[in-house]
Ligand binder design. Structure first.
Ligand code: BG6
Length: 481
């Protein structure tokens, strides 16, 4: 199979930090179809050779698992090309078309790794240039819009040029191996499904914690905030995977239909419930790994009076028969105590405790990063003299050890899926719009509530109100249990 892959935003951060290293990994693993060309387009004028040299240099700064050797990189670079393009100029799209038609590859992937405000312009121009034949796919990077209206506008333009089958909306969390394992765990095994419901589960917690700050992205981040950056997309996508009904098949639309139903069942927010059930925070100076770090307001390109949230914790419910009354807690933040992304399923206690001591409910921890695995927390008898006292133990499954040679990174996986035309791990427009519809009342309530985000110390787990949110229901976050 031959393919041509075009990166709009070919010199941007996303391209050199994530996309090119992921492609390189796929190439190194022998997974990239051999007959491929990769074209980077951007505003600067440079030759293919200059671009290759520039990328080679950039590769020194990225953490691909193993740095490419000269020989490996030059073999990879044979597939790499560069063209200057002004994205508003029709003649530049005509030139792109000529380049693509030089050989008419089986698949053409147009990856929009640009700022989202350019998506409508690029899609319109692609449509006018006739770059929307069925063998062409378009990939859209998040953030897809800033609110429901802007997301609908982007989708309207995308749909006027491409079919839904041609549109690949990336949420890189869906490419993480543990997220795919979540599907395997739920729908490839019988063990959990009978328990996966309100009768056995007390609450579910999704934590996407980062210890990094906003770095050099202060201007972007300040316009975005944690709710738009992490909750509207990554956290809600994880929630749909946890809460969805078993799909009838492993087909992209069978899965996406079920995910959409979950998003439609989420308890809607109103002003009062936002104030009660959503905690927003902003980090102040503190320490990470013993090293002092500045507060958000002192970060580069952040206004000194910014009210942007760098932390969100919220409580919601999935209002259907399976989940009625079960709290789902979502939490994300920058400059938290650890880089730790995990989903914790807290089961209910046993109905009657025949052993002495405190009974501790079972819990399943799905670890997304830094490790990639599963922990099942149980109680067991130690075999010691006090035979009626149980001790906590856990079964620990480390996927890196279980499948040492086959692990594939999120972007690598997703890029290969786009080339192969597999839509399962991509977000459909109706899912994405429904997610915006659900977060909008939170944004509206915050715009009216002048109290602003609550301060929290860098290196902590967020404002104390986040613990109170869970404690109110008689529960605690995983690290407090
Ligand atoms: C991105 C956000 O979508 O995800 C970033 O824009 C965030 O702010 C990143 O740092 C986290 O991704 P990961 O894979 O490092 O957890």
């Amino acid at each position: 199979m031959s393919f041509d892959l075009v990166f709009f935003g070919g010199t941007g951060d996303l391209t050199w930090r994530k996309l090119m290293p992921a492609l390189f990994q796929a190439f190194r693993h022998g997974k990239l179809p051999a007959d491929g060309r990769i074209l980077a387009v951007a505003r600067d004028t440079q030759s293919d050779e200059q671009y290759r040299a520039w990328l080679r240099e950039r590769f020194q700064d990225v953490d691909t698992p193993k740095r490419p050797t000269e020989e490996e990189f030059s073999r990879f670079a044979e597939m790499l090309f560069y063209r200057r393009m002004d994205l508003s100029q029709p003649q530049d799209y005509a030139r792109l078309k000529e380049w693509l038609e030089e050989r008419r590859a089986d698949t053409v992937v147009l990856y929009l790794a640009t700022s989202p405000y350019l998506f409508p312009v690029i899609c319109e121009q692609l449509g006018r240039a006739g770059l929307n034949d069925p063998h062409i796919r378009v990939v859209l990077e998040k953030p897809l819009g800033h609110d429901l209206r802007s997301a609908q506008e982007i989708n309207r333009v995308v749909r006027s040029v491409f079919t839904e089958q041609q549109a690949f909306r990336i949420d890189h969390y869906l490419g993480k191996p543990s997220v795919q394992n979540l599907m395997a765990l739920r729908f490839g095994n019988v063990l959990f499904e009978p328990l996966w419901r309100r009768e056995s589960i007390a609450n579910i917690q999704i934590t996407l914690a980062e210890s990094i700050g906003v770095g050099t992205r202060g201007d972007f981040y300040d316009r975005t905030g944690a709710l738009r950056d992490m909750i509207q997309n990554h956290a809600l996508q994880l929630l749909t995977m946890i809460a969805m009904e078993p799909p009838a098949s492993n087909d992209a639309d069978a899965i996406r239909d079920e995910k959409l139903k979950v998003l439609r069942s989420l308890k809607p927010f109103a002003m009062e419930s936002v104030l009660r059930d959503v905690v927003r925070g902003q980090y102040r100076a503190g320490a990470i790994d013993g090293k002092p770090v500045p507060g958000y307001l002192d970060e580069q390109k952040v206004p000194a009076d910014s009210q942007t949230e760098t932390f969100v914790a919220l409580r919601t419910e999935v209002q259907n028969w399976r989940w009625a009354g079960v709290p789902f807690y979502l939490r994300t933040g920058k400059r938290l105590a650890a880089r730790d992304a995990q989903i914790v399923v807290n089961f209910r206690p046993t109905p009657h405790n025949i052993f002495g001591g405190v009974s501790q409910p079972n819990k399943l921890v799905i670890k997304l990063q830094p490790e990639d695995g599963l922990e099942l927390h149980l109680l067991a008898a130690k075999g010691a003299l006090q035979h009626d006292l149980l001790s906590p133990v856990f079964l620990d499954l480390d996927f890196d050890k279980a499948f040492p040679t086959e692990r594939v990174g999120a972007y690598e996986r997703l890029l290969l899926d786009v080339i192969a035309g597999r839509l399962n791990l991509f977000v459909r427009s109706d899912e994405q719009e429904q997610a915006w519809r659900w977060v909008e009342p939170i944004l509206q309530a915050w715009s009216l509530d002048t109290s602003g985000p609550r301060p929290y110390k860098a290196g902590s787990w967020g404002p104390p109100a986040a613990s109170a949110l869970v404690a109110r229901d008689g529960f605690a976050w995983a690290e407090e249990q």
